[in-house]
Design a protein around this ligand. Sequence first.
Ligand code: ATP
Ligand code: MG
Length: 349
Amino acid sequence: MTESYQAALARSAELDKILDTDPGSLRMLTGDRPTGALHIGHYFASIRNRVKLQQRGAEIWQLVADYQVITDREALGDVAGNVRGLVIDNIAAGLDPERATIFTHSSVPALNQLMLPFLSLVSVAELQRNPTVKDEAKSAGITSIGGLLLTYPVHQAADILFCKANVVPVGRDQLPHLEQTRVIARRFNERYGPTFPEPGALLSEATLILGTDGTKMSKSKGNVIELRMTADETAKKIKGAKTDSDRVITYDPDTRPEVANLLLLISLCEGTPPEAVADEIGDGGGGALKKRLTDAVNTELEPLRARRAELEKDPAYVAGILRRGNERANEVAEQTLAEVRERMGMVYT
Ligand code: ATP
Ligand code: MG
């Protein structure tokens, strides 16, 4: 475990405590790229924490990161359909549209303008070192990294800091980006005076969920179990998941990562430790493991899927949520940008 991962875990534990003692002091921002439908990796690593933060009384800002679709591909695909799908997924999972601000960053010009001063606070060398940018380029098959992918973490800093969020529920792949946001906040504050909080990641027990091929579950990779799938589609997907040839099921993330991932998913659904699930399955093999996971996931997601189907029937309602979210995000972004320009002495009239 690296030192920075350990520090992130410690900060996350600290945020968990604040969630109990002073949840009103927390403002959450997190986001998803509209590159496809949300999957159980999002659900367990981030969405459950979004809902927990909301239930405890934190302020909720939920971003649909549409500009970031074109960081690692040329075509936007069905971006409008994917944006609508993300809004529906988040509400179906439990975000309250009356309390959460759900918005698309392309609709908030002042947020994007924050990128200019923020870009002046980072070096090309530090951007080039970002391991998540390198991984994303690799999995997208990109050999020459574009300017938007390179500066993705700076844009993400604008996403988080425009509303002065201090807690960001994310998976492990986002930690290098969040560290960059902390650095940008710190450097801005040092140069121009205290303006931004240094946000921390809120991590779940599942910081990295693997997909059916044994690599990180990712919308773009087709190795996902989507929240919106039917029970049968879920069963089929899980049936095809990679395991190993050892019939006796044991929980060993280092030597049996695929089997451990399926056990972890069962454990997250059922609230039973993964070791205990492994003991119960014993020599039942991959078949019994997958059957139990299918039942667990389908039971866990049943209410979400029912709400999702209702929301699908009402596109005007969904559009209204986004319209209101974009209006509120613009108000706050304009205030922050005005403050930033004032701090920088850029007020002339
Ligand atoms: P894409 O392949 O298009 O990048 P993605 O599946 O990686 O899609 P994002 O929209 O990039 O999803 O990520 C949204 C959030 O979900 C981030 O907080 C990220 O850390 C988290 N997340 C995504 N995939 C996983 C996963 N497999 N395990 C844990 N967290 C994940
Ligand atoms: Mg991603």
